[in-house]
Design a protein around this ligand. Structure first.
Ligand code: IPE
Ligand code: IPE
Ligand code: MG
Length: 246
């Protein structure tokens, strides 16, 4: 399949160079809308298309885990109208996309404080979790009401409650929302800001960062593939020298 300049086959020539886990900070919806004189909410609506593209491309490439930053804990502090629209969009999007997620054999798993969600949003989320539970393809982690610091503090509290006196990194990791899955090899942020915004703080210790100046609604399949192509050119040294890893 030919998408823009980069083809799937360019990326899959060496399967070991396909990230097993990609995380995405889908930022810039508000600015995208403002740029064309629209309400911020229109940007969120449009951003759904880019999320669908990212999911499709990931499934097609055989990415095992995709984590999308949908709504941060801090995003609750936005104007009530915007928060309500985002919650309504979550319900609508799950309703519209659930069949396609089933077709693609995608399993949806939330990470974050989903008990904070309003009842209808929580119900939609529960529906898609339940329906896709036995799917064996890609796992789609939806970070909703998510805070990286809170995830770490909650993990520590659960460890204390379990009466564990001493831990190592592997034990600790099991207490994070997603448990023992590979750290993201690649983290994409759109909208041009050079920060992590409280996303996957533990997990991104050695993650390759790819920042795009495009706003999320403009970041479509070819851009997602370009991010992976860029990742494939990186030399991941993990503290070693170049010579050691060649
Ligand atoms: C990201 O886009 C979506 C959410 C945070 C929910 P923004 O709404 O943050 O868009 P900008 O950054 O204001 O342009
Ligand atoms: C990060 O974007 C959260 C999501 C994309 C869901 P923000 O727009 O909330 O991040 P900051 O506030 O600019 O750091
Ligand atoms: Mg933003």
């Amino acid at each position: 399949m030919n998408i823009g300049k980069i083809q799937y086959s360019d990326l899959t020539r060496d399967r070991s160079r396909i990230p097993s886990h990609i995380a995405v900070i889908m930022d810039g919806n508000g600015r995208w809308a403002k740029r064309q004189g629209l309400n911020r909410v229109n940007g969120h609506n449009e951003g759904v298309n880019s999320a669908r593209d990212a999911i499709e491309a990931s499934v097609d490439l055989g990415v095992k885990y995709l984590t999308l930053y949908v709504f941060s804990k801090e995003n609750w502090n936005r104007p009530e109208f915007e928060v309500n629209c985002l919650m309504a969009l979550l319900v609508e999007t799950i309703f519209k996309e659930i069949d396609s997620l089933m077709e693609k054999n995608v399993k949806v798993v939330p990470i974050g404080e989903i008990d904070d969600l309003p009842r209808d949003a929580r119900k939609s989320l529960d529906d898609v979790i339940f329906k896709t539970e036995n799917n064996s393809g890609m796992t789609l982690f939806l970070a909703i009401s998510y805070s990286g610091r809170e995830e770490i503090v909650k993990a520590v509290n659960r460890i204390i409650n379990d009466g564990i006196k001493s831990i190592d990194e592997d034990i600790f990791k099991n207490y994070l929302y997603a448990g023992n899955i590979p750290d993201p090899e690649l983290m994409i942020r759109t909208g041009g800001d050079l920060r992590i915004s409280n996303f996957l703080l533990w997990q991104c210790a050695y993650t390759e960062l790819y920042i795009s100046d495009k706003f999320w609604p403009d970041f479509r399949k070819e851009d997602f593939l370009a991010a992976i192509a860029d990742y494939q050119k990186r030399e991941r040294r993990f503290g070693k020298t170049s010579e050691q890893i060649r």
